[in-house]
Design a protein around this ligand. Structure first.
Ligand SMILES: Nc1nc2c(ncn2[C@@H]2O[C@H](COP(=O)(O)OP(=O)(O)OP(=O)(O)O)[C@@H](O)[C@H]2O)c(=O)[nH]1
Ligand SMILES: [Mg+2]
Length: 195
C-alpha cells in the first residue's frame, strides 16, 4: 500500500456516532502520548490528518478516518494520563469499551507501546479485554528513532511472553519520524481487511 487516500470522517466524544460508520475498521490504541495520531498520519502520508498533541491526554474522543473510500481507521483516546478525574476515567472506559466490544466492523486493534517503556499493566489489561471479546490485536512499538538498533533488540525482547492472538504475530517496530516499519504495518493492515 502506498500512501492511501484518507479523509477525516468524524470525532465522537460520547459514543453515539461511530455506530453509523459502515466501513470495516482497524483501531489504534495506546497510552496518551505514545504516538497514535502521529502513526495514523505516517500511515496515510498526511501530516495533519489526525491531530498530534504536545499535551498528553488531549484526545478525548474516538476519531474516525475513511481510507481509500473502503476502510476506516479509528484513533482511540489515550489512557494512562495521571491527571484525570475519576469521572473522566469512567467516561473513557465507557466510550472505549463500548466501541471495542460493540463495533461489529472492527477487524483488528493495534496496541501501541513506546519501545522505551515496553508493555505495562494497562496494555496487558487491554490485550486481555480484547481476547475476552474475540477481537484480534497486534502489538506495535512506537518511536523507534529514539533508540539505537542495539536497544531495539532488548526493547523487542520485552514483548516476549506477552499474550498473542494471531499465531506468528510479531511486534511491529515503527517510527512516525523516520517512517521505519510503516510499510510493514501497512501490509499488516491490508491483511486485516482481506476478505
Ligand atoms: N521521535 C518521535 N516522536 C514521536 C513519534 N511519534 C510521535 N511522536 C511525538 O510524541 C508526541 C505525542 O504524539 P501523538 O501522536 O500526539 O500521540 P497520541 O498517542 O496521539 O497522544 P494522545 O492523543 O494525547 O493520546 C508528539 O510530540 C509527537 O511529535 C515518533 O515516531 N518519533
Ligand atoms: Mg492523539
Amino acid at each position: 500500500m502506498t500512501s492511501p487516500e484518507a479523509r477525516f470522517l468524524l470525532f465522537d466524544p460520547v459514543g453515539n456516532s461511530w455506530p453509523g460508520v459502515r466501513l470495516p475498521q482497524v483501531a489504534f490504541s495506546g497510552r496518551s502520548n505514545v504516538g497514535k495520531s502521529s502513526l495514523l498520519n505516517a500511515l496515510t502520508g498526511r501530516a495533519r490528518l489526525a491531530r498530534v498533541s504536545n499535551t498528553p491526554g488531549r484526545t478525548r474522543g474516538i476519531a474516525l478516518f475513511e481510507v481509500m473510500g473502503r476502510f476506516a481507521f479509528a484513533d482511540l483516546p489515550g489512557y494512562g494520563f495521571a491527571k484525570v478525574s475519576r469521572t473522566e476515567r469512567e467516561a473513557w472506559k465507557t466510550l472505549v469499551e463500548g466501541y471495542l466490544s460493540g463495533c461489529r466492523r472492527l477487524r483488528r486493534v493495534y496496541i501501541l507501546v513506546d519501545l522505551r517503556r515496553g508493555p505495562e499493566e494497562e496494555e496487558r489489561r487491554l490485550a486481555e479485554y480484547l481476547s475476552a471479546h474475540a477481537v484480534p490485536y497486534r502489538w506495535v512499538g512506537t518511536k523507534a528513532d529514539k533508540i539505537s538498533s542495539r536497544e531495539m533488540t532488548s526493547a523487542l525482547a520485552r514483548f516476549a511472553g506477552e499474550p498473542w492472538l494471531d499465531a506468528g504475530g510479531a511486534v511491529i517496530g515503527t517510527s512516525a519520524r523516520t517512517k521505519a516499519g510503516i510499510d510493514r504495518l501497512r501490509s499488516d493492515i491490508r491483511a486485516a481487511f482481506a476478505p
